[in-house]
Design a protein around this ligand. Structure first.
Ligand SMILES: Nc1ncnc2c1ncn2[C@@H]1O[C@H](COP(=O)(O)OP(=O)(O)OP(=O)(O)O)[C@@H](O)[C@H]1O
Length: 230
């Protein structure tokens, strides 16, 4: 039987208005949601619906107003900030629309950094980073800095950084949003390949219905709830 990787229980989150007269924006409302081991889930919805906020809350980067997020069977609100950071590094990988690579570091060191944070020694971290970059066809770019890479190559380095820690789930926010169609397809294919090989769940926010439908489940976020599209 497959296991739950991420779960929400009656999760709610709203943002207060900027002035007292503004209405609060309710982005998540009493949401019960489960991501199972190894599955691929696309989250779609209108701009401003709250998709990025949902990913942030699932990843423990923002706190909900009420309700709970669980990673596996563990409620994440039980942990101190430090413990949460440690557990996040072990459990999840994040990919954003903009790569957020460190400009002064090589591709290899950007990826190795994710392991160094988790306490892996430098030599081993660099060896494992090289293996993941090679798998993403970047073996010839290990010593290039982000400015010396193409947009698609940079995004694949960002994917390698998310995968190198062997997370149980990847949370990806518009991972192909900044790329041309062909490069977007390649980057998405790398995510799907990883999902098949490493069995890491993929939760991907996207505006591309075409890419969304290549995931096993497609959910639409509206009025704080997820409805099944596929
Ligand atoms: N820190 C914040 N403070 C106040 N309001 C916020 C904050 N972050 C997001 N919001 C509001 O919450 C709503 C949801 O934002 P979010 O970025 O999650 O939407 P989204 O569905 O990811 O949008 P897009 O598809 O345009 O990226 C928006 O109305 C946004 O203005």
């Amino acid at each position: 039987m497959s296991k739950v990787v991420i779960e929400t229980r009656k999760l709610s989150k709203a943002f207060k208005g900027i002035t007292a007269a503004d209405q609060a924006t309710r982005v998540i409302h009493e949401l019960d949601f489960k991501v199972m081991e190894g599955e691929t889930v696309a989250i779609v919805g209108a701009s401003g619906a709250g998709k990025s906020t949902l990913l942030h809350v699932l990843g423990g980067l923002e706190s909900p107003d009420s309700g709970q997020v669980l990673w596996g069977t563990e409620a994440i609100d039980q942990w101190s900030v430090r413990e949460l950071g440690f557990q996040r590094n072990k459990t999840l990988g994040f990919i954003y629309q903009f790569h957020h690579l460190l400009p002064e570091f090589s591709a290899l060191d950007n990826v190795a950094m994710a392991l160094r944070i988790g306490g892996t020694d430098k030599k081993q971290a660099r060896q494992r980073a090289a293996v993941v970059l090679e798998r993403l066809n970047l073996g010839h770019r290990l010593n290039h800095r982000p400015a010396e890479l193409s947009g698609g190559e940079r995004q694949r380095v960002a994917i390698a950084r998310a995968l190198v820690t062997q997370p149980k789930a990847i949370l990806a926010d518009e991972p192909t949003g900044n790329l041309d169609l062909e490069t977007a397809n390649q980057v998405f294919a790398s995510l799907i390949d990883n999902n098949r090989e490493a069995k890491a769940a993929l939760v991907m926010v996207t505006h591309s219905l075409e890419l969304a439908h290549r995931c096993e489940r497609v959910l639409s976020l509206s009025k704080g709830q997820l409805t099944v599209v596929k």
